[in-house]
Design a binder for this molecule. Structure first.
Ligand code: G1P
Length: 295
């Protein structure tokens, strides 16, 4: 089976939920502690063995491209000032030349359309899709867990990361139904029987939500090419996956780790606290500050 070498990061969204912060700055550049959201998910992808990072961007997003480039003046100044650890950090975070691609989704037509925009760069091989709104805190990361589950498959398959959500929130996500859910399937691939994008509570096949990490076969592109608009009037990736599931297997992977919906203010703020509490340089004092605040 072909390995998963490429990942698509759809980063064209407008970030309306974070205005005015995202008026002039892409929401993907908001920081969780001291790393932009997009850097966190790129870290996750590189840890999972991804070699080529594909960003589907939009107008106003050029700073993401700059973020993954070298910053010559900054590097020279840091060198002059003997700031070795900062230089090392920047060096580690910069992808090797030729391993990033940027393409624009010219109109905001939906996630399915964003993924389709990367078809020429992906070509004819399986690939990952990583949504930067969702952070998953765990070692190994969510995508590494998915790649491990993918590598155990005997035939070409599609995998989706899922987690349980309260039934009163199913209308906010893609929801999947699975063959058998023993409740203890962490890391295992379980056959998907149904998928539906943002269902009403009464139409949801389960409470397993799609969490923003996918491994897909390239045949999805041919389906996306003619995909009609679905929920919210957008071209939905979930609808194209429903069509592909007629000819290829789809599995749900319950991952280990806590997810944060950083597209919402609450999720974003909670992620900042959770990630800071894992940092030796910040955690002890932050704990004290939090205690005082909560009083
Ligand atoms: C997208 C997907 C949805 C998934 C969600 C995860 O929706 O369409 O299936 O559950 O991401 O965050 P969006 O949040 O872009 O509306």
């Amino acid at each position: 089976m072909k390995p998963i070498r490429k990942a698509i990061f759809p980063v064209a969204g407008l970030g309306t939920r974070f205005l005015p912060a995202t008026k002039a700055m892409p929401k993907e550049m908001l920081t969780v502690v001291d790393r932009p959201l997009i850097q966190h998910v790129v870290d996750e992808a590189r840890e999972a063995g991804i070699e080529h990072l594909i960003f589907v961007t939009g107008r106003n997003k050029s700073v993401i491209e700059d973020h993954f480039d070298r910053q010559f003046e900054l590097e020279v100044t840091l060198k002059e000032r003997h700031k070795k650890s900062e230089l090392k950090l920047l060096d580690q975070d910069t992808p090797a030349a030729g391993t990033t691609s940027f393409t624009r989704q010219q109109s905001p037509l939906g996630l399915g359309h964003a993924v389709w925009c990367a078809r020429e760069i992906v070509g004819n091989e399986p690939f990952a899709v990583v949504l930067p709104d969702v952070l998953v805190q765990n070692e190994p990361g969510c995508l590494a867990q998915m790649v491990a589950a993918y590598n155990k498959q005997k035939s070409r398959a599609n995998l989706i990361a899922v987690e349980e959500v309260p039934m009163d929130r199913v209308h906010m996500y893609g929801i999947v139904g699975v063959e058998k859910d023993s409740g203890k399937n962490a890391g295992k691939a379980v056959a998907i029987t149904k998928m539906v994008e943002k269902p009403k509570r009464e139409d949801a096949p389960s409470n397993l939500s799609i969490t923003g990490r996918y491994i897909l076969q390239p045949e999805i592109f041919g389906i996306l090419e003619n995909q009609q608009t679905g929920a919210g009037g957008e071209i939905q990736l979930t609808d194209a996956m429903i069509a592909l599931a007629k000819t290829q297997p789809f599995y749900a992977v319950k991952f280990e780790g806590r997810s944060f919906d950083c597209g919402s203010k609450l999720g974003f703020l909670t992620a900042n606290v959770a990630y800071a509490l894992k940092r030796k340089d910040i955690a002890p004092e932050l704990r004290e500050e939090l205690k005082q605040l909560l009083g």
